[in-house]
Design a protein around this ligand. Structure first.
Ligand code: PEP
Length: 245
């Protein structure tokens, strides 16, 4: 279960959140719990993450160093002790001009630095209404994974996030979310092999909350969630983590 705090929480708020949940988190061999926080908070959170929580970043650039004002590199993320990084979130794509090529470079750069990319793919409402959801996602996946070797691909976590469901309160039905997550697994099987497809984690994201999580998480091809709004409150996030048990 992955929290995406987006651009929320001061240092004090973030630490209070960690202290509120740390003792109650289920063991990490049962559920992998991850909080993806703003870069400036990562080091402080890693220090206090405890045994059952892992910290992730929300973005990074694909170069190691250089004249890229304002960017954070995979080398820098690695030194904070984070294990995960969200790549290609739809807000990065739509608000900050991230292209499929940049997403692909970021996925590869993350893997090269032993960070697990949480790769986001998803369709717009218009694409869904045109009936091209599966082909849009397939294309995003192929472009994002271009050049990723089979030995690395199970370290990529794929998040199916229909754009029209993110932060809108609208959730994909469990049936529709399952269908796309299943298609993602089929794509991994065709691009790599059946074993790799089975081992790859596929998450659903888009207004997941305690009232709808159980039904989504019960689907055979949905391994977990990537959660924005409902991850900001410690009780609601804890409930979501426990819904994975
Ligand atoms: C997200 O930011 O990835 C997300 C799914 O947000 P929300 O849960 O608020 O829709």
């Amino acid at each position: 279960m992955v929290a995406n705090w987006k651009m929320n929480k001061t240092r004090d708020d973030a630490l209070a959140f960690i202290y509120a949940i740390n003792e109650s988190l289920p063991s990490s061999d049962k559920v992998e719990t991850v909080i993806c926080a703003p870069s400036i908070l990562l080091r402080d959170l890693v220090k206090r993450q405890g045994d059952n929580l892992r910290i992730g970043a929300q973005n990074m650039y694909f170069e190691d160093f250089g004249a890229f004002t304002g960017e954070v590199s995979p080398v820098m993320l690695q030194t904070t002790g984070v294990e995960y990084v969200i790549v290609g979130h739809s807000e990065r794509r739509s608000l900050f001009g991230e292209t499929d090529d940049m997403v692909n470079r970021k996925v590869k750069a993350a893997l090269n630095h032993n960070l697990k990319p949480i790769l986001c793919v998803g369709e717009t409402l218009e694409q869904r209404e045109l009936g091209i959801t599966s082909s849009v996602i397939r294309k995003q996946l192929e472009l994002a994974l271009d050049g990723v070797e089979i030995k690395d691909v199970t370290n990529v976590i794929i998040a199916y996030e229909p754009i029209w469901a993110i932060g809108t309160g609208k959730t994909a039905s469990a049936k529709d979310a399952e269908e796309e997550c299943k298609n993602i697994r089929i794509a991994i099987k065709e691009l790599y092999n059946a074993y790799t497809a089975d081992e790859t984690k596929v998450l659903y994201g888009g207004s997941m909350k305690p009232s709808n999580a159980k039904e989504l998480l019960a689907m055979p091809n949905i391994d977990g969630g990537l959660v924005g709004g409902a991850s900001l409150d410690p009780n609601s996030f804890l409930e979501l983590v426990k819904d994975c048990l």
